[in-house]
Design a protein around this ligand. Sequence first.
Ligand SMILES: [Zn+2]
Length: 291
Amino acid sequence: MRTFAHNEIYMILVFFIFIFLLGIVIGSFLGVVVDRSIEDKSIVSGRSACDHCRHKLSWLELIPVLSYIGLGGRCRSCHAKISLYYPVIEILTGLLFFLTVFSILGTSIFFDMFDIRYLFVTSYFLYIISSLVIVFFADLKYGIIPFKIVFAAIIITFLWYFLLPILHLQNLAIPFQALEDNYLFTYLISGLGALSFFFLIFLATKGKGMGFGDVVYAFLMGFILGFPNIVLGLYIAFLTGAFVAILLVLFRIKKLKGGSVPFGPFLILGTVISLFWGKPLIAIILRLLGV
Ligand SMILES: [Zn+2]
């Protein structure tokens, strides 16, 4: 561990504040993508408008988080409540961006970030994290897992695994993935294993237990996490999903859209926890089991 001069510490601080703000801005875009991926509109074209009165938003109303606070959570034109989804997505994306970049670069190798290869690694994981944020909120808000977003993430991950040896990226310390020999095969099997498992549940419950979106997402989850992290990720998803379902029944809370609790958000939660903290968590579990 190297020590830093004062000006270096300021640089690191400014850099991570920048990453957090970048996440907030991207999060504001993701909030729009959530709606448009469901409405099947073009994701990039067209200005944002109020959901309620279609009043076109000016740039002053489009500043992430600050506009929401400044407007008191209401549309300037029709005074309808602005969904709390938007500022929540923005702040959450900011935090996840910080967590992702900090996990990859840390502070000890901070100055390596000017190495183009680290830029490549961070870009890939930020893309994946952004996709997970979209799926999380699309399923929570509309009860639908947007197929296009999941499919694009699968293709990007395929490219990622192919490019790793070509760009010599597997030599970098990538904290999230264990890139031993035949890693592509291992990750592919993990994806297919999760897919088969979910497809069986899908068939057994005739699509009532979970939607087909969950089945496709299961492949992406295994493909990103690999083995044994996929097992941990699914375990966390089922455990937290069951826990929340029991709470909802106990407190007689209205069921969410579609008549059932969407499972996607729990799958995302399992994916994120297993991606960031899979290694130490699995080590603890194995020790508890006495393996
Ligand atoms: Zn309005």
